[in-house]
Write a protein that binds this ligand. Structure first.
Ligand SMILES: O=C(O)CCC(=O)C(=O)O
Ligand SMILES: [Mn+2]
Length: 376
């Protein structure tokens, strides 16, 4: 069994899709022994340690953003994937809780846009958190109850709001990008030697234990010289990193809570996918790093999460993962070209669903990410 994944990769044509299906399978569960786990350090010939630009962010600035000093970050590269950087959880204890809370309570708020807006009125999707919390905190395990709006959340867009239908960003669909997320993204980009990176668009993905995200490439941004940053919180995921062609073989790796991935340079336009969420085996289901006492300084942009809010976040995160991607859309000093519509034929983010399910079709919101149980 252990060699199953390797032999699929060697097969050649459509190796990525086969690997995706291999890891998505539930019965019998897939063998995960070929999945790279960066949290265990350099353990095989594929992974190497990467130097970061330690002078780019002061220790005080890093701490104010809820991050360890850059010199303490554990960063890795993968042979064969130049420009791909994996940073193993650089967050100070106590700061990830804040990002989980922002993603669940703050970022889904108007004027940001979420999947529920596609078939619900603005009034109905107002205050998703407030409308859901009472029901979530009273939930008894094992009992089937109607899903709250928070549990139906699949994506939220920030800054330049990605249009899933046209596959474009545009000047007229823009709201302010959250400044605290901008700060963290800028520090991470600087540490990776992209000091000019500007966080302009965010896509937040909300995964439940049975969700997956199909094979796609993120190419709608107009400047591909800047990196794509990806932050993970909550349950772990298996992430597949492929090549420049859809059928190129892929490498599987875990993304745990707090991990950051940077796709830059020759890796900026690689195909990738998330076939599986892996639930934490601990008794309380919450990753250890989300349970630790806070080391965040008082002057941090990262604020303490109230017990009441954290209670709801904990319940949510026991079966879910949140991923935040931060993108620069425009080149420095460049505006959107007039009348432009970059409609490429390559499977891009909104085509991702094609790869992940054989179920019936829903709207764009349901198509993008799939749950095996067919929820909506
Ligand atoms: O959830 C992830 O790790 C990947 C998300 C992603 O690829 C995207 O939003 O474009
Ligand atoms: Mn992507």
């Amino acid at each position: 069994m252990a060699k199953m994944a390797a032999s699929i990769v060697e097969h050649g044509e459509d190796a990525f899709r086969k690997l995706f299906k291999f890891y998505k399978r539930r019965n019998p569960p897939p063998d995960l022994s070929d999945v790279i786990d960066f949290s265990k350090g350099v353990i095989n010939g594929k992974v190497f340690c990467r130097e970061l630009n330690t002078g780019s962010v002061s220790e005080a600035a890093a701490r104010r953003a809820g991050l360890h000093p850059v010199e303490d970050w554990k960063a890795f590269g993968l042979h064969g994937y130049p420009g791909f950087i994996f940073i193993s959880n650089p967050f100070l204890s106590g700061s990830q809780q804040y990002w989980v809370k922002q993603c669940l309570k703050v970022y889904p708020r108007k004027p940001n846009i979420c999947n529920l807006d596609l078939h619900m009125s603005a009034e109905e999707t107002q205050n998703i958190w407030e409308k859901s919390t009472a029901q979530i905190s009273q939930k008894r395990s094992g009992k089937r109850e109607p899903k709250t709006l928070l549990e139906k959340l699949r994506w939220v867009t920030l800054g330049y709001h990605y249009n899933w239908e046209t596959k474009t960003y545009s000047a007229d669909q823009h709201t302010p990008f959250p400044s605290e997320l901008h700060t963290v993204a800028q520090h991470v980009a600087s540490a990776c030697s992209f000091p000019d990176f500007t966080a302009e668009a965010g896509i937040l993905n909300y995964y439940h234990f049975d969700s997956s995200l199909g094979i796609h490439v993120d190419e709608s941004e107009l400047d591909h010289t800047q990196p794509l940053l990806s932050f993970s919180f909550g349950q772990s995921a298996i992430f597949l990193l492929g090549g420049l062609r859809r059928e190129d073989p892929a490498t599987a790796m875990f993304m745990h809570s707090g991990d950051i991935m940077v796709m830059s340079g020759p890796s900026r336009l690689l195909y990738h996918a998330v076939p599986k969420i892996v639930i934490n085996p601990g008794a309380d289901l919450v990753p250890q790093c989300l349970l630790q006492r806070s080391d965040v300084p008082e002057d941090s942009v990262v604020r303490r999460v109230s017990e009441q809010d954290w209670d709801v976040c904990t319940k949510y995160i026991q079966t879910s993962r949140i991923n935040v991607t931060v993108r620069q859309v425009l080149g420095k000093g460049v505006a959107f070209p007039v009348g432009s519509a970059d409609r490429s034929t390559a499977p891009s983010l909104n085509d991702a669903y094609h790869e992940s399910s054989s179920e019936g079709e829903g709207g764009v919101d349901e198509k993008r990410m799939r749950s095996s149980s067919g929820d909506s």
